[in-house]
Design a protein around this ligand. Structure first.
Ligand SMILES: Cc1ncc(COP(=O)(O)O)c(C=O)c1O
Length: 407
């Protein structure tokens, strides 16, 4: 590859690796970002920030959207809006990327980790209800964890892998105890629960646009809400809490959390392609589904009848009692064949960063963590590359002591 080719737009790096997920940049990204550079509107105000917020709000069906530097910042602000304070407790999924648990600690509160249900891998609504009804006491105004005596202040369900959480039971119990719900929909842009977009059910919804998400701005996030006061407060807190348009007067501690116009420009271009990206993800999932259905020892992801999943991350479960190799061995073998895969996150109740919490047991999450493997599922994954993934997996799952297909 010569230097001109290296600089050409969209030329992929020379590699025969099949990556887990890479961004797909094939729309108006260059055009919109160039416009920011050409017009000097590169920083945290500009028409693309406004447009990206409006487009996201419309997509989600929320009244307001506030762009942030990343999804973690959106979660941090959402917890502040919900009035979560030091020594409060917040219920959160244990089987998730660590960011929401960290955000809970940023405000000095404590996560209470709730197990996953084994079918769709989402936070178990029964676990949420059980904890609030049986492990807490309600004095008519405040709900307290019986074991710690701390106030339970919010619920933070995380929609993982592009599939929705079964929200109805969670929303019902939240309403009963006046608990704000913050949806971490960072992995669920474009997905729907009972025909409504994720992020539109809670008091606030949070999204991430980091490099591996279904659309990306390189790094970025969004907070959506229907609450005008929350939206105004979010705008204020994300821009250093400046109280006067001219004078540098601050009556609160704020944050520098605003997304830049350049990144928002990229986000606008990516948003134009979201439907195509989701369609591509769903096609990839369908092909995996069809070509691996007969393999013994691999449990393929399911979509609930109340769900429209974006299939953002295609994650299978390896049943080590049937499969000749376990998930970690499979990951290792695939890596040796230049196929990049990943385990799921260590359930956060196991993480030393969050060991100091009083949560109910999470046996399902432990099992899912042991069994899960995410397979290559970039929007641009070619059928040729996907066939190779399937072929290598089928070869590895074959073992002279084990039949290849279910009997
Ligand atoms: C479930 C979940 N929550 C929060 C985040 C944090 O988003 P960001 O990386 O944009 O801070 C991510 C992704 O990184 C995520 O997957």
């Amino acid at each position: 590859m010569n230097s001109t080719e290296k600089l050409a737009h969209g030329v992929p790096p020379p590699t025969d690796i099949i990556p887990l997920i890479v961004p797909e940049i094939r729309g108006n990204e260059w055009k919109y970002v160039k416009e920011c550079l050409d017009t000097n509107w590169v920083s945290s105000v500009g028409s693309y920030v406004d447009r990206f917020e409006r487009v996201t709000a419309d997509l989600v069906g929320a009244k307001y959207a506030i762009a942030t530097v990343n999804g973690t910042a959106a979660l941090h602000i959402a917890l502040l809006l919900a009035g979560v304070e030091a020594d409060d407790e917040v219920l959160v999924s244990t089987l998730t990327f660590i960011a929401p648990a960290n955000a809970i600690r940023y405000v000095g509160a404590w996560p209470v980790f709730i197990d996953a249900e084994p079918r769709y891998l989402q936070i178990d609504p029964a676990g949420v209800v059980d904890f609030l009804e049986n492990d807490c006491r309600w004095d008519g105004q405040i709900l307290r964890n019986r074991r710690t005596g701390r106030r339970v202040k919010a619920i933070l369900p995380v929609h993982i892998l592009g599939h929705p959480v079964d929200l109805d039971p969670i929303l019902a119990v939240a309403a009963k105890y006046s608990l704000p719900v913050i949806e971490d929909a960072t992995e669920g842009l474009g997905a729907r629960y009972r025909e409504k977009s994720l992020g539109s059910f809670g008091d606030a919804g949070c999204f991430s646009f980091n490099g591996n998400k279904i659309i990306t701005t390189g790094g970025g996030g969004m907070l959506v809400t229907n609450n005008a006061d929350w939206a105004a407060r979010a705008r204020y807190l994300t821009t250093q809490a400046k109280d006067d348009p001219i004078e540098y007067v601050h009556n609160a501690v704020g944050y520098n959390y605003r997304l830049t116009n350049m990144l928002a420009a990229m986000g606008c271009a990516q948003m134009e392609q979201l439907d195509t990206f989701i369609e591509a993800k769903r096609q990839i999932a369908k092909r995996y589904q069809e070509s691996m259905a007969s393999l013994a020892g691999i449990h393929l992801p399911e979509e609930a009848d109340w769900a429209f999943s974006s299939l953002w991350m295609y994650t299978v479960l390896i049943d080590e009692s049937v499969s000749p190799l376990d998930s970690r061995k499979l990951i290792q073998e695939l890596a040796g064949q230049n196929i990049q895969t990943r385990p799921l996150w260590q359930p956060i109740h196991r993480s030393r960063a969050h060991s100091n919490t009083a949560s109910p047991p999470s046996p399902n999450a432990d099992t899912l963590y042991r069994q899960a493997v995410s397979l290559p599922c970039s929007v641009g994954l070619t059928t040729h590359a996907q066939d190779r993934v399937v072929e290598v997996i089928a070869g590895l799952m074959k073992n002279k002591n084990q039949p290849l297909t279910r009997q």
